[in-house]
Design a protein around this ligand. Structure first.
Ligand SMILES: NC(=O)c1ccc[n+]([C@@H]2O[C@H](COP(=O)([O-])OP(=O)(O)OC[C@H]3O[C@@H](n4cnc5c(N)ncnc54)[C@H](O)[C@@H]3O)[C@@H](O)[C@H]2O)c1
Length: 434
């Protein structure tokens, strides 16, 4: 298979088209997909995607012009057209077939960002970096342009936050209405923020609202979360930024009846750690030290070159190991920005452990990943799951989605296999709910 998983792929197109026909209707030549008989246009004529598909779920990306967001938009369009297999999409595996999740055809994209690079241009840059196959960018150019037209100016949250929150919420509400969407999930994939000092207003919604009238009590990620809740949207924090995880906002989400998930997706080193650490614990092997070095380029790498932003990330990365092993171990996690690596990342971990009679041993692993290709399908998975939870009455934190995160909201469970089992059972329940 080619490195990008498209050209020369061993993927059996007929199999995908068979699945697509079940889910979305039959494929037709030219990459377009015919509208299925059971999904006619709505009686009011609203809710048709640019290709004439009935639509239902909006994915509003904060940081919509970033690498992860652009890969998610391009990838969803490619999946919809049957151009790529759903490799890396957890929700396309048989365990989720009965969960009642929105089909690819039902997804519509919009978002906020503080830069203006058009999405097709951003996708071209990612093609040059080897993240998105160049011919795929051409094939989904219309969808990228359609999503680009739905991106609104973001906020750096410098003044008058009440007014700013109202503007952000109005952008999302207008998007939902323009497309006749049943629901919208806001996913934060913006640059990681540095940790903030807690403030008294973060604990109390009324005090927070007061402070927002005149000042700037919230970091931008939390202002977006506030706006998402105001607009009645489910929310996902893909980053370690504070986002919705302030007591006042968590209460607001419960009151408003919106579900949320987070924080900080695990896509590389931490994913492997949470698979391996339970093995040491279950075999009663004594982990003495676990050291990790991460080298990354890309926009995320540039952001994490700032020691304050890096502190958010390493805190999030270190939590899982401590909780799985039940105690802190020696060793640190380092993150270095290496611009020459572009969109790629290398993690090298060195684990020193002792066995019977105190015999010292070592495990080392090297993970070389393309972060955006690992992250983008999870953005789609999470949006589909949160939308379905919302549809079935879910509100407040979704600890069942801990499988996807380094710092799972509402759960101290980090063991990957157990997290997956929880997710699988929960998804089965979603299928049974009306
Ligand atoms: N790629 C992964 O595997 C992975 C895993 C876990 C978490 N994350 C997190 O996902 C986020 C996105 O990663 P990326 O590689 O796409 O980064 P990126 O730098 O390519 O994109 C970030 C985007 O956020 C935008 N942005 C910055 N401040 C903003 C604001 N105030 N409002 C709106 N938009 C703003 C930037 O303009 C940029 O377009 C990062 O926080 C990263 O830590 C990524």
């Amino acid at each position: 298979m080619a490195a990008n998983g498209l050209a020369g792929s061993a993927f059996d197109r007929s199999e995908l088209h068979r699945k697509q026909a079940v889910c979305d209707g039959p494929a037709v030549p030219g990459g377009a997909v015919a509208r299925p008989a059971n999904h006619g246009p709505r009686p009011d004529g609203r809710g048709l995607s640019p290709r004439g598909w009935p639509v239902g779920v909006g994915i509003w990306l904060v940081g919509a012009r970033g690498s992860v967001a652009t890969t998610a938009v391009a990838g969803a369009a490619a999946l919809r057209a049957g151009l790529v297999p759903p490799v890396g999409c957890v929700t396309e595996t048989p365990d989720f077939a009965g969960a009642g999740l929105a089909p690819w055809s039902a997804l519509v994209f919009g978002g906020h960002d503080v830069v203006e690079t058009p999405l097709p241009k951003r996708a071209e840059a990612l093609a040059q970096a080897g993240v998105i196959p160049a011919r795929l960018v051409e094939a989904v150019r219309d969808e990228l342009a359609a999503a680009d037209a739905e991106i609104r100016p973001g906020t750096e949250s410098r003044g008058g936050q009440a007014t700013e929150a109202a503007r952000l919420a109005a952008d999302v509400t207008a998007f939902r209405e323009r497309h006749g969407l049943d629901r919208v999930v806001v996913v934060n994939v913006a640059s990681t923020e540095s940790p903030r000092e807690p403030r008294a207003e973060h604990d109390d919604l009324a005090a927070l609202r007061n402070a927002m009238r005149t000042g700037t009590p919230l970091p931008p990620s939390s202002l977006y979360a506030y706006a998402a809740i105001t607009a009645g949207c489910g929310y996902v924090d893909f980053t370690p930024s504070p986002g919705i995880r302030l007591p006042a906002l968590e209460r607001f989400a419960r009151e408003r009846g919106v579900p949320y998930a987070g924080s900080d997706a695990k896509t590389g080193e931490t994913l492997v750690k949470t698979a391996l650490a339970p093995m040491f614990a279950a075999r009663a092997l004594d982990v003495r030290a676990w050291s990790g070095t991460n080298l990354l380029g890309g926009g995320d790498g540039a952001t994490l070159a700032d020691p304050a932003a890096r502190a958010s990330k390493t805190a999030s990365k270190d939590r899982a190991l401590r909780e799985i092993l039940g105690r802190p171990v020696e060793g640190e996690t380092h993150i270095d920005h290496v611009p020459a690596m572009g969109e790629w990342k290398t993690a090298w971990d060195h684990v020193r452990f002792e066995g019977f009679l105190g015999v010292g041993m070592t495990l080392q692993f090297t993970w070389q990943g393309c972060d955006s290709a690992l992250a983008a399908p999870l953005v789609l998975d999470l949006a589909r799951l949160v939308a379905r939870s919302h549809e079935t009455g879910g509100a407040g934190p979704l600890p069942e989605l801990g499988f996807f995160f380094k710092d799972p909201v509402g759960s101290g469970e980090h063991r990957l296999v157990l997290q997956y089992e929880t997710l699988r059972r929960w998804a089965a329940g979603l299928g049974e709910a009306r």
